[in-house]
Design a protein. Structure first.
Length: 247
């Protein structure tokens, strides 16, 4: 019996580096699922093809839509939900998977990025960490980001404040200024909870931190195995296959 196709839907970006970084994740997922199913890519905004176009191209094939989005906000609960519901109403066999986060495997990548940005051996004792999230007008997405901040704080054994780049408060720049005032002389390290390079990553880098980590995906580098694992698990849960150990 043919397995459902996986349709990986990212936000879309005007940044060539960001688009290339997301493509590395899609390619890595396709390689992981080779022989199990086919993997296709589309976008919820900015780039094309959009979701209805992708689903039309997969007509007659059961499909699981996996959002390549770190939090479940408006794009998941409204945009993608409406696209999937419209396809189902038209007779298609389409299922919507969950967003990528919160998930401890994303925290693994955040911790690694912090290690890259810190001095040898990782963060210094006095460093203050601020998690930079994209932000959303949907409170559910904000709650997801706060949960990730809590998981990162638990992992690091130190407080982590969360700041948002757009559409939510507190704003990242304000959080960075506040922690700098609260901890004079401390190094402020901004941990980018962003999927890929682009406009928001540039804003995070300009928010006033002493150091800003790279996003989870980086252009011209292999996608982290943890991210591939998460996407594959989101697919298999909706495809009716039990998640199985991933390398």
């Amino acid at each position: 019996m043919e397995r459902p196709a996986l349709l990986a839907i990212s936000h879309g970006t005007a940044s060539p580096a960001g688009a290339g970084a997301v493509a590395t994740l899609v390619d890595a997922v396709a390689a992981r699922l080779e022989g199990e199913t086919s993997v296709h890519a589309g976008f919820v905004d900015v780039q094309r093809p959009d979701v209805p176009t992708c689903l039309a191209g997969l007509a007659g094939r059961a499909t699981v839509v996996v959002p390549l989005l770190l939090s479940a906000g408006y794009h998941v609960h409204v945009d993608l939900r409406e696209d999937v519901d419209a396809a189902v109403a038209a007779g298609a066999d389409v299922t919507l998977g969950g967003a990528l986060g919160p998930d401890d495997r994303l925290v693994d990548v955040l911790e690694r990025r912090l290690g890259e940005a810190g001095p040898p051996g990782g963060l210094a004792d006095g460093d203050v960490v601020v998690l930079a999230a994209a932000g959303s007008s949907d409170a559910r997405a904000v709650a997801d980001c706060e949960a990730t901040g809590e998981r990162l704080a638990s992992r690091l054994g130190r407080p982590v404040r969360v700041g948002y780049i757009a559409n939510a408060t507190p704003q990242l720049r304000d959080v960075v200024a506040a922690v700098r005032a609260e901890h004079p002389g401390a190094r402020v390290v901004v941990a980018s909870y962003l999927l890929a390079p682009g406009f928001f990553a540039d804003l995070a880098a300009g928010a006033g931190g002493d150091v800003t980590t790279r996003p989870l995906l980086v252009a011209d580098e292999e996608a982290p195995a943890e991210l591939v694992d998460v996407v594959v698990d989101r697919y298999r849960v909706r495809a009716g296959a039990e998640p199985r150990p991933t390398a």
